[in-house]
Design a protein around this ligand. Structure first.
Ligand SMILES: Nc1ncnc2c1ncn2[C@@H]1O[C@H](COP(=O)(O)OP(=O)(O)OP(=O)(O)O)[C@@H](O)[C@H]1O
Ligand SMILES: [Mg+2]
Length: 349
């Protein structure tokens, strides 16, 4: 939770307790489909910051719901901040630039939050914790503020060394999930880390050739965040270990077109015994690399697509596409039907 603002800065007593109370209250409410309104979050923030008393909070909320009864469109439900940031997400995704570096991660944060947060594009200078509904109010252990940039440098260097060309798509997805979870755990910024991680991940996946938009992230933003929480949380007494499977399910929907259910209640630490079945994508498990899978996705979307068009879609050279398709044909994963000119591709499963 914490949509209403900043983290609990460790050591600030009054506001901290208020923030905790609100986080718990809102977190408990925030089950699938039952989101607290931005107005409530804003009101909570004003209370935490000491602008208004709890009596005034109640009064304001009552008034709000009364006026809402007289029909406000759902457009009014969205905060200015969320609107602004969403517009910037779209803008950033229209730009093709990307570099796989901590500086890029920082740049994305700056671009998303400039003029909104004072610390846009700057690392935090204090430690944080954040109560999570999925963790029964516990917090993930975030990286200490003293070594944020060293940790980021290390994670990026490790990931850069990894050779995806030697991995199946499934293995690659698991590896990208682990990298993403690690990146998120660092939480270098005071606020806005999850959106920055989402944007970075979208751009990273695009660099492998996938056409990915923010839609799934926006529609399942709470699931995405909770999946990152579960990927990083351990509790010895309760025998809870970091679990990447939720994040992998999300990534499989994105990359493989699977339709796994993304429900927050599965992620609650008390719901561990529940193990929802995974769906299969349009094609079953094939032994192909991530890059090859990006080509197959293009063919599945349009059997008559040309190599030139594939190259444009996956942002690779025609030569690379040619090499990938020759290999897929040779392994009989794809086959050309009806000849060169008027034919189409079929994916053999
Ligand atoms: N990819 C996204 N696209 C659009 N809106 C998003 C996206 N991700 C999150 N949001 C919205 O942004 C708000 C803040 O989300 P949240 O607090 O979970 O993440 P964050 O502020 O980006 O990161 P964190 O709080 O972990 O530092 C929520 O209202 C959420 O619904
Ligand atoms: Mg936040």
């Amino acid at each position: 939770m914490g949509e209403f603002g900043e983290y609990i800065r460790l050591g600030e007593l009054g506001p901290k307790q208020k923030a905790e109370a609100w986080q718990t209250a809102i977190g408990l409410q925030d089950v699938d489909g039952l989101k607290p309104s931005p107005y409530l979050l804003d009101t909570a923030k004003r209370h935490i910051e000491g602008d208004i008393t709890i009596e005034e909070v109640k009064e304001l909320i009552d008034t709000y719901y009364k006026s809402r009864d007289s029909r406000l469109s759902s457009e009014d439900d969205r905060t200015e901040e969320a609107d602004k940031v969403s517009a910037r997400i779209t803008e950033l995704l229209q730009e093709e630039t990307f570099s796989f570096t901590p500086a890029e991660y920082k740049r994305i944060h700056r671009r998303l939050f400039q003029g909104i947060f004072k610390f846009a594009g700057k690392y935090r200078t204090y430690n944080i914790s954040k109560k999570e509904w999925v963790l029964d109010g516990a917090s993930v252990l975030y990286n200490p503020f003293e070594n944020l940039s060293e940790t980021l440098d290390y994670d990026f260097a490790q990931e850069r060394k990894f050779d995806y060309s030697a991995c199946s798509t499934e293995e690659s997805i698991a590896h990208i999930a682990a990298f993403t979870a690690g990146l998120w755990q660092i939480h270098p910024f005071g606020e806005g880390n999850t959106r920055t991680t989402a944007l970075f991940l979208i751009k990273y996946l695009r660099s492998f050739g996938f056409s990915i938009s923010n839609d799934l992230f926006a529609a399942h933003s709470w699931y995405f965040r909770n999946a990152l929480v579960r990927a990083n949380y351990f509790n010895r007494e309760r025998r809870i270990v970091p679990d990447l499977s939720y994040l992998e399910r999300f990534l499989r929907n994105l990359v493989l077109g699977e339709q796994n259910e993304l429900k927050n209640r599965y992620l609650h630490i008390s719901a561990q015994s529940f193990n929802p079945t995974t769906s299969k994508g349009q094609i079953g498990t094939l032994n192909v690399t991530l890059e090859e899978r990006a080509v197959l996705n293009c063919i599945l979307a349009d059997a008559k697509i040309t190599q030139q068009e594939i190259a444009e879609r996956i942002r690779k050279s025609p030569r690379t596409v040619k090499r990938i398709m020759a290999s897929l044909s040779e392994r009989q994963i794809i086959v050309r039907k009806n000849g060169k000119r008027d034919g189409w591709w079929e994916v053999l499963v």
